[in-house]
Design a protein around this ligand. Structure first.
Ligand SMILES: NC(=O)C1=CN([C@@H]2O[C@H](COP(=O)(O)OP(=O)(O)OC[C@H]3O[C@@H](n4cnc5c(N)ncnc54)[C@H](OP(=O)(O)O)[C@@H]3O)[C@@H](O)[C@H]2O)C=CC1
Ligand SMILES: O=C(O)C1=N[C@H](C(=O)O)C[C@H](O)C1
Length: 250
């Protein structure tokens, strides 16, 4: 029996690539392609068991709620999620009407990026300084990237657990925002450059040494094994899961 799949944001860069990957994947059947203007309900979802959302930060949460209401398990790659939005999804899934439904949200489905985030969190407690630089194509609508936010939070949590002091920084004037965004105390810098796809560098520093962890997605095909894995696994999960690492047996 195939897993039937709907793709939301199907006309987009990621959505169209996911449609191709689902069509080529053994045991998966693409039954619906929805994009802006299409209603998310049972009628338009074509009997999908799993829906994959790659849309825009402003609509993804509403899509997830509608997809759960329509009886789908949901895989989400769209960025822009906050802790409060995660909590609302948890509450939505906890209702009796949503029994058995599950949602997996991952800021990055590329295996190299998942590993880079994990390695950065593991390394963080050994270094005095840590900064994140994300580099993307200039058509990206959000900054910093969801991956960079998750990376910074992972580093900050590891530093806090180890009892590290704040990162050293003598900057007194920064009239132009040159020190970037600060997420849980970790500076994050966003580059937008024609020719790039999706890249991230984590730099960790100590007196006399530096560790650089870098991940490069040169092509959107890099995200597909992770998306297909998530589609196959989401039905086995319960409630809300955040991060692909949860199904990677890391
Ligand atoms: N987790 C991961 O591994 C990855 C995540 N991403 C994230 O995925 C998201 C999409 O990226 P990308 O594909 O490059 O963006 P695109 O802009 O190419 O695609 C988004 C698509 O969603 C459509 N859309 C907008 N609103 C709705 C709606 N209400 N319902 C259905 N479809 C809608 C857009 O239509 P229109 O253009 O007409 O508005 C467009 O076709 C971003 O948040 C990005 O950060 C990207 C790559 C990897
Ligand atoms: O918009 C993109 O392209 C990407 N978005 C995700 C993010 O914001 O982290 C994942 C990847 O970096 C590509």
């Amino acid at each position: 029996m195939s897993i039937t799949v709907a793709v939301i944001g199907a006309a987009g860069r990621m959505g169209s690539t996911v449609c191709q990957a689902v069509e080529q994947a053994e045991g998966l059947e693409l039954v619906a392609r929805l994009d802006v203007g299409d209603t998310i309900d049972v009628e338009h979802l074509g009997g999908a068991q799993v829906a994959v959302d790659f849309t825009v930060p402003g609509v993804t949460e509403a899509n997830v709620h509608a997809l759960v209401d329509a009886g789908c398990d949901v895989v989400v790659g769209t960025t822009g999620w906050t802790e409060a939005a995660y909590e609302r999804v948890r509450e939505h899934l906890a209702r009796p009407e949503a029994a058995g439904r599950s949602v997996l949200i991952a800021p990055n489905f590329a295996l190299s990026a998942v590993l880079a985030m994990s390695l950065a969190a593991r390394a963080a407690r050994f270094f005095e300084s840590a900064e994140v630089i994300e580099l993307h194509h200039p058509d990206k609508v959000d900054a910093p990237s969801g991956t960079a936010v998750a990376t910074a939070r992972g580093i900050a949590a590891a530093r806090a657990q180890a009892g590290l002091a704040p990162v050293p920084d003598a900057t007194q004037t920064d009239l132009h925002g040159a020190r970037g965004a600060v997420i849980d105390g970790i500076h994050v810098h966003a580059v937008r450059l024609r020719g790039l796809t999706a890249h991230e560098e984590v730099v960790l520093g100590n007196p006399g040494e530096q560790l650089t962890i870098r991940t490069d997605s040169f092509d959107r095909s890099s995200f597909m094994p992770g998306v297909i894995l998530a589609v196959r696994q989401v039905g086995w999960l319960e409630g809300l899961t955040v991060g692909l690492d949860a199904v990677m047996e890391m």
